[in-house]
Design a protein around this ligand. Structure first.
Ligand code: 5GP
Length: 179
């Protein structure tokens, strides 16, 4: 059991289990993208650890770009405008794999698909370490999933609780509050 800020969390996915699953995912990607021009787009902040560990096990020639998805109030529109910050590389004709820490409702991934639509990529897929199928309501389900998990809040291995807990090498689940 660990404490992050005011909340208690219990071990959910130990570090060695995470690493073995990433090895399997990397093997799959190495097979499926052999001979293709491959670029990973890792979504900051949460995916940085997963992206680094996965990338080390990719044996194909490939690139990686780290981006942030931000949403701001546009000047002459009523809604918010989404943008991808940091994609300073040409993805046209490349096979793109988005790296996410967790796909929850799927809103973030759907935004990314919309934002990348104008780029002439060869293909676009999603690899996520964690997936919450019971929360998912999106249009672009992940193609590579490390672990499907229940709808509980998790921290560690890049994922935060109010910016804390990202440094933990295992993943922890919020402990049910005791009354
Ligand atoms: P979505 O757009 O799929 O609903 O959510 C994706 C983002 O929500 C993730 O990148 C992550 O930042 C955040 N998120 C969703 N579930 C969790 C969770 O259990 N723990 C943490 N730390 N972040 C989460």
């Amino acid at each position: 059991m660990i404490q992050v800020l005011d909340k208690q969390f219990e071990t959910f996915l130990p570090a060695d289990k995470i690493q073995s699953e990433i090895t399997l995912m990397a093997q799959k990607l190495n097979e499926e993208y052999a001979g293709k021009e491959l670029i990973f787009i890792a979504i900051l902040n949460g995916a940085f650890m997963f992206a680094a560990d996965l990338f080390k096990q990719i044996t194909l020639p490939c690139e990686i770009s780290f981006v942030k998805v931000s949403s701001y109030q546009g000047t002459n529109t009523s809604g918010r405008v989404d943008e991808i910050i940091g994609l300073n590389t040409d993805i046209s004709n490349k096979h793109v794999v988005i790296l996410e820490d967790i796909v929850d409702t799927g809103i973030t991934i759907d935004k990314i698909f919309t934002l990348l639509r104008a780029h002439q990529y060869a293909s676009l897929k999603v690899a996520t370490l964690l997936f919450k199928p019971n929360a998912y309501q999106g249009k672009n389900p992940p193609n590579y999933v490390g672990f499907s998990i229940p709808n509980a809040f998790v921290v560690g291995y890049g994922l935060d609780y109010n910016e804390k807990g990202r440094n933990l090498d295992s993943i922890y689940q919020l402990k049910a509050e005791t009354k």
